[in-house]
Design a protein around this ligand. Structure first.
Ligand code: ZN
Length: 236
């Protein structure tokens, strides 16, 4: 029985290592994909900003064009004013001219606003390019390391798994099955040590009679509450 207990203790040690590695199995690829996502986001930001710059320029140009054509129209009307006969026609044409003047003022204001926005976009362009460069550098500096760490974790995990499998060969099959079920259902802790008179897994009080058996170490003890294997904590 002592031999079996020793094997179970060793198996739990391997499972504890596997538990630690499982955290890394999730964390490392996540770190790597975050770094890649940062680069992709920065690239998109750059594309969006460049498009905004092009769009802004187009908006400015189209307003410049409108202003020019309005001016041409106004010049034409001014000439017509000289030849006009009736007061009614004169008024109507004059109204048209002042409408175009007003429209051009609005367009000029809009251009000023667009130019301000253009400067902001240019400023942002520098920042966006800097962000992209930093994100690329960060990825470059860590990609290989993370990929290697991911591989190492897989190798270590495999090592502990095969060691555990090898150890399990020294146990009767029902006990192995019990152990595996506990690992699966009890938060990857099949074997725990007593803490005073209590189960180190769930805190359930161990009966005095069972405590005696635990100290004798001749029997495999299971917690009466959580069913985990309880081993005597020799440090206590
Ligand atoms: Zn328990």
């Amino acid at each position: 029985m002592r031999k079996e207990l020793e094997i179970l203790i060793e198996m739990q040690k391997r499972d504890d290592e596997i538990t630690k590695l499982q955290v890394l199995v999730e964390k490392l690829p996540e770190q790597l994909s975050n770094l890649k996502k940062n680069v992709a986001d920065a690239q998109q930001e750059k594309i969006d900003n460049n498009e905004a710059i092009i769009h802004n320029k187009k908006e400015q140009d189209s307003r410049e064009l409108l202003i020019r054509s309005n001016k041409e129209m106004m010049a034409k009307y001014q000439n017509q004013l000289l030849t006009i006969q009736t007061n009614k026609e004169y008024k109507a044409l004059n109204k048209e001219v002042s409408h175009l003047e007003k429209r051009n003022e609005e367009l000029e204001d809009e251009i000023v606003e667009l130019m301000e926005n253009y400067d902001e976009l240019q400023e942002k362009k520098r920042k966006v390019e800097q962000d992209l460069k930093s994100a690329e550098q960060e990825l470059q500096a860590n990609e290989k390391r993370l990929e290697n760490e991911i591989k190492e974790v897989e190798i270590d995990m495999e090592k502990f798994r095969s060691e555990r499998k090898e150890l399990a060969k020294g146990l009767p099959l029902p006990l192995v099955k019990k152990y595996v079920t506990l690992i699966k259902n009890r938060n990857r802790k099949a074997l725990v040590y007593n803490v005073g008179n209590c189960c180190g897994g769930c805190g359930f009080m161990i009966r005095p009679q069972v405590m005696v058996e635990l100290h004798a170490g001749e029997k495999i003890i299971f917690c009466e509450s959580c069913s985990r294997l309880i081993v005597l904590n020799i440090k206590e």
